[in-house]
Design a protein around this ligand. Structure first.
Ligand code: PLP
Length: 387
């Protein structure tokens, strides 16, 4: 029955599917705040032994996320980075991965400082414009991408890429944080593993850190579960509950944030002080047609460039409603400075090539009244002129 529901309903009504919730008719799934579970006798487990391995609240959240992403299993982690780190344990020293050139800074740091040290090799390719085929070598095991990318909002055709990875028996790993399962389901487009920073749109309230690895392959799921059990970066019962609570409003938050994003992108496009607006919902965006084909929406992330670094910094310091903070995907709008924040550890030549300069700002649009967000930016722009 649940599988017939539309996404917006699935965000809520899976809450009634867990038998534990039915015990007393609780409408909100309970928080099983326990580290361990008593056994009735030798060899008689309730199915739950120790919270690092299983916990009913986390398990329920995992079912909800798996259903939203159309996977067979979702494995919840204590952060998005913990999820990516666990997925990287699927590889051995000597293995080679092709990764997109424009990725979340934390992923770049993980690959370069930890995975490379452990013998895994990477080739960076701009997958929004280049074919991976010439970069595939015997040791290539996987391709890792985000779409739209962070922060330059490049769009990658997942269906086309998925065909090549399938043909070459490579895993396609897609970080779907920017659009959330509400707008995009990479597993349906050919991905083997979907990653989420649950901290962002899924939780959506800037109040918990979480991560997910979702897959439609039972064998991969089992391997990732083994890594979680063994290395231990499990999501706590309380944070699992917070994310469950956040997901209940995923549909309306995504719709409202996107509506606001269109409004802000339009406003920025008309400003002569703004030299470039990158939002994949604008017809002028080079990835617009692919977005229309593979997604149900365009999201709420906008990157824009202004004429000088001085002006960029002035905006950061003079917006009031929009907060100058790292992160994205929550109810409150945030503005970040990728060059010193999210992408501070990305090598300089990569920053330059990708166009991440000191004039580039990234907005995560929240669910405030659009008019107030525009007014906030208008005020900061006017103050700069008056200086
Ligand atoms: C934030 C983010 C991550 C990392 O997730 P954490 O929950 O902060 O560990 C990974 N990928 C993308 C695209 C992100 O925005």
């Amino acid at each position: 029955m649940v599988n017939d529901y539309k996404l917006g309903t699935k965000c809520l009504h899976l809450n009634q599917e867990g038998e534990n919730a039915h015990l007393f008719g609780a409408v909100s799934f309970p928080i099983y705040q326990t580290a361990t579970f008593a056994h009735r006798g030798v060899g008689e487990s309730t199915g739950y032994d120790y919270t690092r391995l299983q916990n009913p609240t986390r398990e329920h959240l995992e079912k909800v996320v798996a259903s939203l992403e159309k996977g067979v299993d979702a494995i919840a982690f204590s952060s998005g980075m913990a999820a990516i780190s666990a997925v990287m344990e699927l590889f051995q020293p000597g293995d080679h991965l092709i990764i997109d050139e424009d990725l979340y800074g934390g992923s770049v740091r993980l690959f370069q400082k930890i995975n490379e040290k452990n013998g895994i090799r990477f080739t960076r390719v701009d997958l929004s414009s280049e074919d991976i085929t010439p970069y595939i070598i015997e040791e290539t095991k996987a391709v890792f991408v985000e779409t739209p990318t962070n922060p330059m909002m490049n769009v990658i055709d997942l269906e086309a890429l998925g065909k090549i990875t399938k043909r070459n028996k490579l895993l396609l790993i897609v970080d779907n944080t920017f659009l959330s399962p509400y707008f995009q389901n990479p597993l349906e487009l050919g991905a083997d593993i979907v990653i989420h920073s649950g901290t962002k749109f899924l939780n959506g309230h800037h109040d918990a850190i979480a991560g997910f690895a979702v897959t439609a392959d039972e064998v991969i799921a089992e391997k990732i579960r083994f890594v979680l059990k063994t290395t231990g970066a499990c999501l706590s019962p309380f944070d699992s509950w917070l994310v469950l609570r956040g997901i209940r409003t995923l549909a309306i938050r995504m719709e409202r944030a996107q509506e606001n994003a269109f409004c802000i992108a339009g406003w920025l496009s008309e400003k002569e002080e703004v030299t470039r607006v990158i939002y994949p919902g604008l017809v002028s965006h080079p990835g617009y047609e692919i977005m229309k084909k593979q997604c149900r929406g365009f999201g709420a992330m906008i990157t824009f460039e202004v004429a000088s670094a001085e002006f960029a910094k002035f905006i950061l310091e003079n917006v009031r409603l929009i907060q100058f903070a790292e992160s994205l995907g929550g109810t409150e709008s945030l503005i970040t400075y990728p060059i010193t924040q999210t992408h501070a550890d990305v090598p300089e030549e990569v920053l330059l090539k990708n166009g991440i300069t000191d004039k580039v700002l990234r907005l995560s649009i929240g669910i405030e009244a659009a008019e107030d967000l525009v007014k906030d930016l208008e005020r900061a722009f006017a103050l700069y002129k008056e200086r």
